[in-house]
Each structure stands twice: as structure tokens, then as C-alpha cells.
Design a protein around this ligand. Structure first.
Ligand code: HEC
Length: 136
């Protein structure tokens, strides 16, 4: 009998500990990048990930996004590209669309080009991280 109670108490304590661990970690653009993007775009965004050689269309060098856009970081373009919402006609199917996968995270209001759009926090964190890689 006593043994049963000890088991129940221990199970309860373990469940509480597990609950404490589940508490959401702050969203890190760097971590999201290494988990979702580095395999193709490379550890530092230079388009040299381990999968790159197997793709027909080479993954873009993400450190040159600003340079290719007249010196301004193309934030809206980057977010839409990740999301899959807006992509150029030429875009190859190699890059997955992350809108659905990452959209589960909270949404914040993001102002781009004067238009306020609800944007998943994960995509905003990723865009911030990519912006920090420009010209590296
Ligand atoms: C399976 C490989 C793969 C993965 C994973 C991947 N990409 Fe890509 N990505 C590509 C390829 C290939 C292109 C070039 C596509 C084209 O131009 O048709 C590209 C293009 C892009 C572009 C457009 C660059 C430009 O100069 O126009 C951005 C921005 C981008 N990726 C960001 C990301 C981010 C951020 C992630 C992670 C959330 C990611 N990608 C994950 C393969 C991948």
C-alpha cells in the first residue's frame, strides 16, 4: 500500500518537473536557422550547406541579400520567400515553404513597406538573424 503511494507521489513530482521544462524557450533566429536552413544555405548562410551539392538550383548566398538589393536588406521579400507566400516565378521547388511549419508560433505585427502585417514571430526572428549576416 505504502509503495503505491510513493509511486503516485513520485509520478506526480515527475509530471510537475516535466511541465516546468515544457515552458517555451525564447525564439532564437540563430537556432531556427541552424535547424531549418543551414543544411542547404550553409552554417554561415553562404550557400554551402551539405545538401547544396545535390540540388539542381544552388541555394542562395544569404549574406549577399542586401548587396543584391542596392544595399537595403529586403525584409519583406525574405519573409515572403521563407513563408512561401510570395515567390518569383523562377523559384525552384527545392526550398521548402516554412509558413505552415513555423506559423504555429505567436504572431507579431511587422511593418514593412508601410503595411502592417501579422507575421509569425519565428519568421521575424529568422529575418533578423539573416539581416545580421549581411556582408559577413
Ligand atoms: C532544401 C534546401 C533549402 C532549405 C532547407 C532552405 N532553402 Fe532557401 N533556398 C534554397 C534554394 C535552392 C534557393 C534558390 C531558389 C531559386 O532561386 O529558385 C533558396 C533561396 C532562398 C532565399 C532567396 C534568396 C535570394 O537571393 O533571392 C531566401 C531568402 C532563403 N532561401 C531563405 C531560407 C531560409 C531562411 C531557410 C530556413 C528557414 C531556407 N531558405 C531553407 C534551398 C533551401
Amino acid at each position: 500500500m505504502q509503495k503505491t503511494w510513493i509511486t503516485i507521489a513520485l509520478t506526480g513530482a515527475m509530471a510537475m518537473m516535466a511541465g516546468a521544462c515544457v515552458k517555451e524557450a525564447p525564439i532564437s533566429g540563430k537556432r531556427l536557422y541552424s535547424e531549418n536552413c543551414a543544411a542547404c544555405h550553409g552554417p554561415k548562410g553562404q550557400g554551402d550547406g551539405p545538401f547544396a551539392k545535390d540540388l539542381i538550383m544552388p541555394p542562395a548566398d544569404l549574406t549577399a541579400l542586401s548587396e543584391n538589393n542596392g544595399g537595403t536588406f529586403p525584409r519583406n521579400y525574405v519573409i515572403s520567400t521563407m513563408d512561401g507566400y510570395a515567390r518569383g516565378e523562377h523559384f525552384s521547388g527545392a526550398m521548402p515553404e516554412f509558413g505552415v511549419k513555423l506559423a504555429g508560433s505567436d504572431v507579431i505585427m511587422e511593418t514593412g513597406d508601410g503595411v502592417v502585417t501579422p507575421t509569425p514571430k519565428a519568421l521575424v526572428a529568422l529575418a533578423d538573424y539573416l539581416e545580421s549576416l549581411q556582408g559577413t
